[in-house]
Design a protein around this ligand. Structure first.
Ligand code: ZN
Length: 386
């Protein structure tokens, strides 16, 4: 058994397939278990990139993923010389970036038998970028292994996915996530169980809820607001407040890294200069960096709003299960807000709550496009007020 797969929870089927592939790759028996390109799909938080990275490390390790050798340590940190991990922080992955990746992917492996490229957000490939990638994937050089990740198989061009073996990850069970939080984050049982329920199987989100008490408070604020929302002024104020919360979260995530990147760029440009002032092209590089950083904040803001909308959806689900009498013996997702949820359940009908749930999901879909966030939220909250 590959030690690296030990901390993958609730994905027994996927691990079994990957395990066979690792054995075949190391046995060099040309078996069908190992192929050159893979597509890891699964809902956000199911651990797509985590699983892909473990697989990459197992392929790079001489003994199939011992978890303890130098190669395994480097791969787990993402700094193995034969491993490329591509993470898009912006809204899309463009052709220039993909061309660079392909060029590097064609190098000979330095210390392993393979070069492995992990693309974490394959759904963000632009069409031209995807076509460039397709050519590389079709290249018969067997030394480069491509591991693509996306939420669903439909998020990737048919031409690409038809050349990949799909590994479909499932949402891990609440019990499995809670156990992980207790084991790895040393969370108290009650908080671990809450975070597992509230995150709906999204492991990263569950960890964040455990580690950041402020995020739990913000979550409660958003849910209470949605349950009590009734007038137009409240809808407008709520939309503005949610924008504010999302902006704060995105900015605090980004600010430290932005600073480091600016310093790194300044150093790089300074080192390449001839001493007669800034080398030409430096202002373009700086502009590019600023553009990238801005698009990263935009994406983080959108992600944060999406999470808040999902949180509201869990409250509606709780209201529905109270109304349908299904919550008697079972815990609500937001058990700690049971009072507010029961109050709302008593003063609304389930058909109306279901409609509100659908409105939330519809808005989440439109947020994927470049819509004006505040306007979209105002429109939503006007529709879902009680
Ligand atoms: Zn190893």
């Amino acid at each position: 058994m590959t030690a690296l797969f030990g901390d993958i929870i609730g994905q027994e089927r996927a691990v079994e397939i990957l395990q066979k592939a690792v054995v075949a790759a190391h046995a060099r028996d040309g078996s069908q278990s190992m192929v050159q390109s893979w597509l890891f799909t699964g809902p956000p938080g199911s651990g797509r990139s985590h699983v892909a990275l473990a697989f990459a490390a197992a392929l790079l390790c001489d003994t199939g993923g011992c978890g303890s050798c130098h190669s395994c340590h480097l791969a787990k940190r993402g700094s193995h010389p034969d491993l490329e991990v591509i993470r898009t922080e912006g809204l899309s992955l463009k052709i220039d970036e993909v061309r660079e990746i392909i060029a590097r992917a064609s190098w000979e492996p330095s210390s392993s038998r393979f070069r492995v490229v992990v693309i974490e957000d394959a759904e963000r490939l632009t069409e031209s970028a995807a076509n460039a990638l397709l050519k590389a994937i079709e290249e018969p050089g067997v030394r480069t292994i491509w591991l693509l990740c996306s939420p669903t198989i439909e998020d990737v061009l048919p031409t690409i996915r038809s050349r990949c073996r799909q590994i479909a990850l499932v949402t891990p069970s609440t019990a499995a996530v809670a156990a992980l939080l207790i084991r790895e984050e040393h969370a108290p049982t009650e908080i671990a169980e809450f975070a597992a329920r509230a995150s709906q199987g999204h492991i990263g989100r569950a960890r964040f809820l455990v580690k950041e008490p402020k995020s739990r408070a913000r979550r409660d604020e958003v849910i209470t607001f949605a349950l009590e929302l009734s007038d137009v002024a409240g809808a407008m104020a709520g939309a503005a407040r949610l924008m504010e919360i999302a902006g704060l979260e995105a900015a605090s995530e980004a600010s430290e890294r932005d600073e480091i990147e600016r310093e790194e760029l300044a150093t790089a440009l300074g080192a390449g200069g001839s001493g007669k002032g800034a080398p030409s092209g430096s202002s373009k590089a700086l502009k590019d960096l600023e553009k990238e950083q801005k698009s990263r904040v935009t994406r983080a803001t959108r992600d944060s709003i999406d999470r808040a909308l999902l949180d509201i959806a869990t409250a509606y689900r709780d209201v529905l299960s109270v109304q349908m009498g299904a919550s008697g013996g079972r815990e609500l997702i937001n058990e700690h807000l049971r009072g507010e949820i029961e109050k709302r359940a008593a003063s609304s009908d389930s058909e109306g709550v279901m409609k509100r749930w659908e409105e939330i999901m519809a808005t989440r879909r439109t947020l994927k496009f470049n819509v004006a966030l505040l306007l979209a939220l105002e429109a939503l909250f006007l529709k879902v007020r009680f």
